[in-house]
Design a protein around this ligand. Sequence first.
Ligand code: SF4
Length: 377
Amino acid sequence: MRALGLYIHIPFCQSKCRYCDFYSLPHRQACKIHDYVSVICSHMEKEASLYRDCIIDSIFIGGGTPSLVEAHDFERLCDTIRRCFNVSCGVEFSLEANPDSINREKLLAYKKCGVNRLSIGMQSALDSELRCLGRIHTLEMLEKSYFLARECGFDNINLDIMYALPNQSLDAFLKTIERVIELNPEHISAYCLKIEDGTPFSKMELDLPNEDIQYDMYMTLCERLEALGYEHYEISNFAKNAHRCAHNLKYWRQMEYIGFGPASHSFFDGVRYYYDSDLELYTRDLELGAPKRLFEDSPQMSEDEMMDEYVMLALRLGDGISEREFFNRFKKDFKSEYDIEKFVKSGHMVAQNGIYRFSNKGFFVSNFILENILKSI
Ligand code: SF4
């Protein structure tokens, strides 16, 4: 059977963080989320027959803040998923949660529904930094929800952290690194703050760490986590004891996944599409038949574009690119197509047994290197 990832977007947040440009609406009434779950269930029911020959081996409920969904609505959502699709018994089932909306009742409902991976937004160990980001939780709330999740039996937890925050020094970031290490999650995602257009941060005068400090932060993070046995398997992701996120690996390995909800993306039958970031439009279109699919690429990608996409995604991963696999896929020699030797010489890439991958130093400037080597940009 054809393996497929399933993504469901929950576009509600208690309040908007100052740096965030994800599609999420302020959560004011519980009934809105209840109605939204009904909309998603109805969309899955309408499309289920398209995926009869597939087996769902990863589910990711993301947002927004999925932990805002009440326990009974969450159970309804999961019942519908299992009724509509063939779900593998070994499915990786991830859910994003924020410390302000987790409680024991919800955690037990997640367990009952088969959620086996929690991703909790920590972001920083300093309350002053959390306030600056517009987060509505404190470190204490994060720790309480983390330990509650452990008590409820979750043995695969990711903590999200951020660096290069306004006024952040290397020492301050070290406090977050050390605290996250003490908590000992199976997985850590660490993102560099990017100032996105249209966010409150984009309209503020911010004192951000310069590139040298950002570099020190990234290198310190990588060295510290790798020394403790975390596998640095993607630019921003670290996993212990084989706890890589199978769902996210699908995006980076060009495997198939389907998304439900406004702003969700899909890749199925060689076609990439997404739904507009507009809940009202999504709901209205669904009532009339189906939400309109929007397409990311021209339906016919050129060979250079396909190779570039492969290279760009594969180099995000610590596994890198195998010359042999590249040849099997495109019938071309990787080194003749891409001018990477200079980056091997400069120490930004490592070449070993026909595998090319970024070093940590290379990961840090990967956007610049990719711009330099890709053909179609
Ligand atoms: S909780 Fe997450 S999705 Fe919601 S506003 Fe903050 S960063 Fe964005």
